[in-house]
Design a protein around this ligand. Structure first.
Ligand code: NFS
Ligand code: SF4
Length: 673
């Protein structure tokens, strides 16, 4: 079997690495461009990330390529192959050790973030079961039973409370297990082939926290110097990240309900100056769900203050969580969080954890926005802080809403300027929602509707768009360019996180976008689904599957497809792309997706170029071992071509193997990708 070779892999195109300082094209989002220029017009001196990005140029070449080591305080050691004396750090660490260590430490960061979020939700479920969180309830008891059954928990004759307790404890055991038994949230959600592969490579995590701390231990000064071993440690922590994400998604569905298709609006234009506006920002739905409830209950107080009511809007993944479950409008994704404040019409921004820029507080000074932090481990000096507790959640959320009403009162005749851009958004496609859609055509085997469409060539495969904004690129531009290109080429598209935000803001989550951008095959496929399921609002071009932890939903989709097709994941025509990856969490997600067997495009160069060996492991060797690999490409048009190539290669191989299996009456080869 020839090894998978993409002719351009390893040679990224020669796009300029850094945006030219002063480049006026900062965002593909017209609302953001208007917001930024409005700032100057109003004579305000506030700076934004866009300005600070320019001020940071040129960024350090050692850091950019991953060869700066600051792991011990003899450093920093900056390695360079061009000089004899600089080839090694003071301790003798070579560039492959340094690059690998730096890379996996960012996986540890991402994994810690996601699994912390999962643990928080698991504790909330336990508190609900024990009657200690009276403001929360179990909204989806059916999912509770399904998750329990999947985990091997006996459901017969047990009350909801008992089951919730057992599921919560099973989740918490994944954080505390002393033995080497692998994580249950991982092993019960992957194919048998993946389980064997992970076992064989010794990357099955047991206790999520232990995988993270072991990785930190593995990479301190004077520990592991073997880049392959270091990367395997990174993969283990990344799979622990996956387990944490799955816990977050499953348990949030149980508590707040499994998303179903819903219609709302996205982009800054959803902020309405006639209302008290509260943005919820961050990632964890435990707090924001209560803010929505509190806003509803305090509608009267807002009216007394002269507003039409209280409007909650979302930013980043808290925004995605509320959009999926409550139809709350999405105001911004990561790189436009500041611009939301700059409208002058946000009375409060309630934040929980992750991706919250400290700059929000400084900016809020100019616009009298109340910045309210709520996590013990995510405070911003000068902000209002609530030590958020599930036991008095609604009461605290009401206090936050009252702070916003107070700020609205002070708004008076202050000038507000909301860019009038917004788009309709059809979202809420949990795996369950997608399956019920496919089930309208084939109720017995819903996922077969998707795999059949691939096998008969109607669509070329599935692509996940995930990840952040990164100001090394104009905001959203790469997301939208690659997505339009893949749509034209008949790829079924799903999105999460800030990529989903980019699509929503640009109107790609509407039926009109299907007509405008889908190729013939994709259009036929979506229309067929529409005719069978008759969803009220029609179907979008890009299916919003949720926040970043909800990439677990997407993994469940490729696992279901693999099982239906009778192959392991590396053979499923499925690719992923993070065109503007920024966060350590994105590194963790990309890594587990590759280990699961998915080709993963990253549109911003991560700091790995300093070691040819590490670069080769990520882009080539990973494919030999796991069947997935990274594609690093900054040019979105070239990246689209490479993603299509990867899909076509898989579809072609599947066809060839299926044909041979039929002819010789054997099963489809499973070992070689
Ligand atoms: Ni994901 Fe969601 Fe956005 Fe990136 Fe941040 S909000 S968790 S990390 S920036 S996609
Ligand atoms: Fe330098 Fe080694 Fe210390 Fe890194 S661990 S800073 S390479 S001496």
């Amino acid at each position: 079997m020839p090894r998978y070779r993409n002719t351009v892999v390893g040679k990224i195109t020669d796009q300029t690495r850094l945006k030219r300082p002063g480049d006026p094209k900062r965002s593909a989002d017209p609302a953001v461009m208007e917001g930024l220029s409005g700032l100057q017009e109003r004579g305000l001196k506030a700076t934004t990330s866009y300005d600070r990005f320019v001020a940071q140029q040129p960024q350090c070449g050692f850091g950019l390529t991953g060869v700066c080591c600051r792991i011990c305080i003899q450093g920093p050691c900056r390695l360079s192959s061009r000089s004899d004396v600089h080839q090694k750090g003071i301790c003798g660490a070579t560039e492959y050790t340094v690059v690998a260590r730096n890379l996996v430490r960012s996986i540890a960061g991402g994994s810690a973030n996601h699994s912390d979020h999962g643990r928080h939700i698991a504790v909330t479920l336990l508190e609900i079961a024990e009657g200690k969180a009276p403001d929360y309830k179990i909204t989806d008891p059916e999912k509770l039973r399904r998750v329990a059954t999947r985990l091997g928990i006996e459901t017969e004759g047990k009350s909801e409370q008992e089951l919730a307790r057992e599921v919560a404890l099973a989740a918490l055991e994944d954080y505390s297990r002393a033995s080497d038994e692998p994580s249950r949230f991982l092993t019960t959600t992957i194919t048998e082939g993946r389980f064997k592969k992970f076992k064989h490579c010794n990357v099955l995590p047991s206790n999520i926290y232990r995988s993270i701390s072991e990785l930190m231990s593995q990479t301190v000064m004077g520990m592991d110097a073997d880049p392959v071993n270091i990367i395997f440690g990174g993969i283990k922590a990344a799979l622990a990240d996956f387990a944490g994400e799955h816990i977050a998604t499953d348990l949030a569905d149980i508590i707040f309900g499994t998303p179903r298709p819903t219609v709302t609006e996205s982009n800054l234009g959803v902020i309405d100056p006639e209302y008290v506006n509260i943005a919820t920002h961050g990632h964890n739905p435990t707090l924001s769900e209560m803010v929505v409830e509190a806003a509803r209950e305090l509608e009267g107080e807002a009216k007394k203050a002269g507003a039409k009511g209280v409007k909650v809007v979302g930013i980043c993944c808290t925004g995605n969580e509320l959009l999926m479950r409550k139809g709350v409008a999405l105001a911004a994704n990561q790189a436009s969080q500041e611009v939301a404040i700059m409208t002058g019409a946000l009375d409060a921004i309630v934040v929980d954890v992750q991706c919250i820029q400290p700059s929000l507080r400084t900016l809020s000074e100019c616009f009298n926005t109340r910045v309210i932090t709520t996590s013990q481990i995510a405070k911003i000096p000068g902000s209002y802080h609530f030590d958020f507790q599930e036991s008095k959640a609604l009461e605290q959320a009401k206090e936050m809403v009252r702070l916003a009403i107070g700020a609205y009162r002070e708004r008076g005749s202050r000038e507000v300027s909301v860019p009038q851009h917004k788009q309709k958004t059809t979202a809420g496609f949990s795996l369950e929602a997608l399956m019920s859609l496919f089930g309208a055509i084939n109720p017995e085997k819903p996922v077969k509707v998707l795999t059949d469409a691939i096998e008969n060539g109607e669509i070329k495969g599935v692509a996940l768009f995930a990840g952040c904004n990164n100001l090394k690129q104009p905001q959203d531009h790469a997301h939208l360019t690659i997505i339009r290109e893949l749509a034209k080429n008949d790829v079924f598209l799903v999105a999460t996180g800030c990529s989903a935000g980019a699509c929503a803001k640009a109107g790609l989550m509407t039926p009109a976008a299907v007509d405008a951008f889908a190729g013939e095959g994709l259009k036929k496929f979506i229309k067929r689904l529409e005719e069978a399921a008759k969803p009220e609002a029609g179907l979008p071009l890009v299916f919003h599957m949720g926040s970043c932890v909800d990439n677990s939903r997407v993994a469940d989709l490729w696992t279901a497809m693999a099982e239906e097709m009778g192959v392991d994941v590396p053979r499923v025509p499925f690719v992923a792309s993070a065109p503007e990856a920024m966060h350590e969490k994105a590194v963790a997600i990309g890594t587990w997706a590759v280990a699961m067997g998915i080709p993963v495009h990253v549109g911003v160069m991560p700091p790995v170029e300093g070691s040819g060996l590490v670069y080769g492991i990520l882009t080539q060797i990973a494919h030999d071992v796991y069947g997935g690999h990274f594609i690093f490409e900054r040019d979105p048009e070239v990246a689209a071509r490479m993603l299509l190539d990867a899909l076509e290669y898989r579809a072609w191989k599947l066809g060839i193997h299926r044909h041979a299996a039929k002819k010789y009456q054997t099963s489809i080869m499973a070992s070689s990708w």
